[in-house]
Structures are given as structure tokens and as C-alpha cells.
Design a protein around this ligand. Structure first.
Ligand code: URA
Length: 241
């Protein structure tokens, strides 16, 4: 049997879930072929949708020069705009860059990012198939939570990313992402396990990978959330109860 990176990553996540006490899981398919977004179905005479890679690159340049939050602009190494497929069907939103992201200019590349990559792989996808960004594009000093003012200043950029990518699904990783995007005061525990709407996208909220690093037993909850997301997309995550 070929031990593909996808299969290996999935097995590692499953082993790690097992160590956290999860004994019954749906088995992810080895490779998931995402259907094109509905908006990409060929329309006779239709024009390309606005945004796309060009629009995002231009936006990233404006963000790189942003001075709206003085403290963040003074302390950042660089802004961290977003990465991934500009036509992604799924968009991930995290909280804000940490030290590794600030250094490398890419979201989710530190320890939490490595775990996120494992979750993506366990779902049969590759990181490049998703668009990944954060509520804030600058690292808050000491990794403190973004202030409401900072999140407000950055919101225009997040909304522009969502408009450009036009995802069918948005996953909010952690309470900062979920509460900010949905303008909610509910806990992440209460925001999980249901779909919200944000524009044309369905939004699912789940625990942040950093939380999973501290609380491995919550991995099973995140896995259930992923199952819910994929089930809604009609993608088969076959059960092996
Ligand atoms: N945590 C986040 O929320 N975003 C990142 O980019 C990295 C860690």
C-alpha cells in the first residue's frame, strides 16, 4: 500500500486522537476531490468574478503599509496577510499572527499551524486548497488578544479577503475568530456544532489548534466539527464505527 503524505498525516492525527481517548471515528477518505464552487460552474457568457489572485495581491500590498494600529505597526516584523487558493471553497480564519508567523509572513506556520496542517491532511485535503487568514494581520505584542479597536481596524481587510475568495464555507478557529467574525459574545463551546451565515458563506466555528495543544482531549470535538463540515459539502468521510 502506498503510504502517501496524506495517509501518513491522517494516520498520525488518528493515533494522536486515540491517545486522547477517542476510540471511534469516521475514517477520512484518502483523497478528497472538492467539487468546484457553485459560483465556478460554467455560465455561458459569464465574466470572471471580481477579486481573485490579482485583487488579493493588491490588497496585501495595502495591508503591508497599514499604520492604523500604531502599536502593532511599530512592533511587527511584517504583516501576515493570508495564503492559499484565491478560489478556495473553504476559508479558514484564525486569530492573529504569532512569533513564527510574524517572522515568516505566513499564517499558521508555528506549532499550532503544524497541528492545523495535520487536521487538513486528515480531512484528505492539502493546505494549498484552502485560503487561510486571520482576524488581525499584525502580531499583537506578547501574543495578547486583539483589542476590539484593532479587530475593527483590520475588519475591512478580512471582509475584502472574504469577498475576493468568495468561499462557500468559512471555518473560524477559536473564540477570537468566531466572536469577531460573527459579532457574538457566546463562548466557542456554544458557537460550535452549527452553521452560521456570513454573506453567502456558511460559517462553522471550532476550537483553536493552540487550545488543542493544551487540551488534546478536545481533538475529538474538532474532528466532529470537521465531519459536520464535510458532510454538508457532500464529501464522503466514511464511518468505521
Ligand atoms: N494562531 C492564529 O490564530 N493564527 C496564526 O496565524 C497563527 C497562530
Amino acid at each position: 500500500m502506498i503510504d502517501s503524505p496524506s495517509a501518513r498525516g491522517g494516520r498520525q492525527l488518528l493515533e494522536s486522537l486515540e491517545r486522547s481517548g477517542v476510540t471511534h471515528l469516521a475514517r477520512p477518505v484518502e483523497s478528497v476531490v472538492l467539487q468546484p464552487k457553485d459560483s465556478e460552474m460554467p455560465i455561458a457568457g459569464g465574466d470572471d468574478p471580481p477579486g481573485g489572485a490579482g485583487g488579493l495581491e493588491e490588497m496585501a500590498r495595502s495591508v503591508a503599509a497599514c499604520q492604523r494600529c500604531q502599536e502593532l505597526a511599530e512592533t511587527r516584523t511584517q504583516t501576515v496577510f493570508g495564503v492559499g487558493d484565491p478560489d478556495a471553497k473553504i476559508l479558514f480564519v484564525g486569530e492573529a499572527p504569532g512569533a513564527d508567523e510574524d517572522r515568516l509572513g505566513e499564517p499558521f506556520v508555528g506549532r499550532a499551524g503544524k497541528l492545523l496542517d495535520k487536521i487538513i491532511t486528515a480531512c484528505g485535503l492539502q493546505r494549498e486548497q484552502i485560503y487561510i487568514c486571520n482576524i488581525l494581520k499584525c502580531r499583537p505584542p506578547g501574543n495578547r488578544n486583539p483589542s476590539p479597536e484593532e479587530a475593527g481596524n483590520c475588519r475591512e481587510f478580512l471582509d475584502a479577503q472574504i469577498t475576493a475568495v468568495a468561499p462557500e464555507y468559512i471555518v473560524c478557529w477559536g473564540s477570537v475568530a468566531a466572536k469577531n467574525l460573527l459579532d457574538s459574545t457566546e463562548t466557542i463551546g456554544r458557537l460550535r456544532r452549527k452553521f452560521f451565515e456570513y454573506g453567502a458563506a456558511k460559517v462553522l466555528c471550532t476550537y483553536h489548534p493552540s487550545y488543542l495543544l493544551r487540551n488534546p482531549s478536545a481533538k475529538k470535538d474538532v474532528w466532529e466539527d470537521m465531519q459536520m463540515l464535510f458532510a454538508d459539502m457532500g464529501v464522503t468521510l466514511t464511518g468505521n464505527q
